[in-house]
Design a binder for this molecule. Sequence first.
Ligand code: MN
Length: 503
Amino acid sequence: MENATSSPASVTHTIDGLCDLLRRLHPQANVELVRRAYTFAEDAHRGQKRSSGEPYIIHPLAAAYTLAEMHLDESILAATLLHDVPEDTERTLEDIEREFGQDIASMVAGITKLGKIKYRGMERYIENLRKMFLAMAADVRVVFIKFADRLHNLETLHHVPPKKQYRIALESLEIYAPIANRLGMGDMKGRLEDSAFKYVLPKEYEWVSTLARTTAAAKETYLENVMDTTRHIVKDMGVHDAVVQGRAKRLYSLYKKLLKNERNINRIYDIIAIRVIVRSVGDCYAALGAIHSTWTPLKGRIKDYIAQPKPNGYRSLHTTVFCDEGQIVEFQIRTREMHEANEYGIAAHWSYDEQKLKKQPKNVPAWVQDLAIIQQELADKKDYLRSLEELKIDVFHDRIFIFTPKGDVIDLPEDSTCIDFAYAIHTDIGNTAIAAKVNEEHVRLDTPLRNGDMVEILVDKSRKKPNSDWLETAKTRHARQKIRQYSRSGLRSWIQEIIPGSK
Ligand code: MN
């Protein structure tokens, strides 16, 4: 079985190993820079120990390994090795800038600004979230380093006191993993979640990991046979060099799915899915055809995330079939490039050849840029609880795709209603909406939408203002803002009307 936990904390990392890895992934990389950063950091941290009693340098080194495995370039690795130097040692940011230049120093400064975690209830949580968003909008590379830093701290968490374990793990589940997910970094998200899960919900973790282990053991031979058959049928379809492998579902994501399915393991079909990795998009569809002509697909379970990627960029074909002996098996088909992008997300754009030393690639998602604006609203303390709820819904919820009657696609957070859809199309449509049609059926505006719905909004142009009840119904920040804005300006003009001279 393939498992993405490629560098467990128990592995002893060395600088030579790191340099070899970098050289193997990027033959033209400046390995000397990484070595110099290591020597500088090791010297600065000399005499300091981790809670485990090991020399401090193992921590930045482990973090750098994580990012090297994601194919990131040497300047990010150097900054990672140096990330705790200004905060914890005699050497300053100026020293780093003098030695390593402005770009690396600015990444280290970004990490230092994110600071140490001192979780004190809701305010601290919001402050941390805000800082992460600011850092991300300024330079996403800083957030990669923060993820790798946090991941190693989680993997060595058994050395710290239980109370601290819990709050670090909880913060990782609530802030870091959702951000990694939103950045399309599936591998990082899964690793952060699984290493935090253990400390946040220890009993549930035990239950799920035992369940996953026994299921995997029971299905091993069966799945080996199905994979063998798959290799043959895709080859017969003319798809060459396909890599067919089993993928075990991550524990925390399995846990969340179990909660949605009354804790019934028999209702979950992708505990172990079969992954088919091929050379081209054409081969993806050919492989899908081969699978469907061998085994009958379950109705409504074919998902084409190639034609319509998930909002975080995830691309793959998914199908669930009645397989040999009537067992249900999920297949995930993608090209090698899609596979890497699914695992590393936005970080894939920093791969050495593609974007060397460029701070923001052109295709950085618009919502990352929006964060700079949104965090301003979070800074406005009197509204922070409300803003936070809305922001969490917009940024962290799973997204659904809704179609307009013309076939345009609008993506909205899960649980959005017709009102959210109306405002997503146009403020005027929202303000004058009176009812909606979902898949040709007349419904009320507060009807929740489901992925793939086709929605038409019925308007009455004589209608002047949004209904203030809609604040209860609307889920997105955008719609709620528009409704509130209108009710504020409506209120103002009403006051002006009835109290002459009140302008
Ligand atoms: Mn650190």
